[in-house]
Write a protein that binds this ligand. Structure first.
Ligand SMILES: [Zn+2]
Length: 306
């Protein structure tokens, strides 16, 4: 780490809720330095996570099909010439430096064989407690499952899924939910620009195109990590980090930090609970025990549901 990065890391440790723009303005560093420093500061501030949180992304080769025209076609499965397959994957454990990845060899891409390269991502999913991907629910996890069963791999061990696309749609009225658009709007790292030509060259088994695909795939995972960390405090019902520690004190359910400030109340139909804000990520959490005592609960009525 150079001096400016160190200073930026210290800045974010002191001001965990500051934006990268604040660091750029205060320290005169680049946006990229500020973003990386913010992740580093989070990693150091957050308790060592016992949870294995895997961020990942896959790239697929499209199907080849016979079509009668270019507009609004209903294509029969009989028209499939070649099925889609996975051409590359990239993954990293949250806040760890190593990027893990694999890409099809030229012959595998040309023959659409993904059995070999799937073993790596299958082993990682098997190890993960929580997986994070953009469109994980509808795309990545189901697509991988489809290729796992085709290649006779067993189901991975159960993991919890955080879908950044679903969470973005749930909480924010953005104009576009593409990761590229969201990250640009939020001042985070973006994707590498590509055209469909890259996919065509991969299908043809072009070695340099496959290397480019892997690079593109890895960059997507770096961008995903920044997006996940940015929206993490907003995620309602985040997998509870408190379950991955055996600590005598309450930790933030979203990020696992023990630095929390109690204050405020949260009400359900029949309970009142003390709330807190996490000093590290800004998430709001609440106690599980109601402050309404038994006598008050007994005389409490509720509005009818229908
Ligand atoms: Zn937190």
């Amino acid at each position: 780490m150079n001096n400016l990065t160190c200073t930026a890391v210290e800045f974010f440790k002191k001001h965990p809720l500051a934006s990268t723009g604040d660091a750029v303005q205060t320290l005169g560093c680049s946006g990229r330095t500020a973003r990386r420093a913010k992740l580093k500061a989070r990693r150091q501030a957050t308790h060592k996570l016992n949870a294995r949180i895997l961020l990942f992304d896959i790239e697929t080769i499209p199907m080849e099909v016979y079509v009668w025209g270019l507009f609004k076609q209903r294509i029969s499965p009989d028209n499939i010439i070649k099925e889609w397959s996975v051409v590359s994957w990239a993954a990293k454990w949250l806040f760890e430096n190593d990027m893990l990845s694999d890409v099809a060899k030229p012959q595998e891409a040309a023959k659409r064989e993904d059995g070999r390269l799937l073993k790596g991502i299958h082993a990682l999913l098997d190890e993960a407690d929580i997986v994070v991907a953009h469109n994980a629910n509808r795309f990545d996890v189901r697509r991988l499952n489809a290729r796992f069963i085709v290649n006779n791999l067993p189901p991975p061990r159960p993991f919890q899924v955080i879908d950044t696309l679903r969470e973005a749609k749930r909480h924010f009225a953005f104009s576009s939910y593409k990761m590229e658009s969201i990250n640009t709007l939020l001042g985070l790292s973006g994707k590498i620009k590509t055209t469909f030509d890259l996919w065509k060259r991969c299908v043809a088994g072009d070695e340099s195109a496959l290397a480019m695909m892997q690079k593109y795939n890895k960059q997507d995972v770096l961008a995903l990590e920044e997006l996940y960390v940015k929206i993490r405090p907003w995620i309602k019902g985040h997998p509870n980090m408190g379950l991955f520690y055996d600590k005598p004190t309450t930790v933030c359910p979203n990020c696992g930090s023990g630095k929390i400030n109690w204050g405020g109340e949260y009400r359900t139909q029949v309970g009142v609970y003390d709330t807190y804000r996490c000093e590290s990520c800004g998430a709001i959490g609440r106690n599980r025990k109601t402050t309404v005592d038994k006598k008050r609960r007994e005389r409490l009525g509720v509005s009818v549901a229908r």
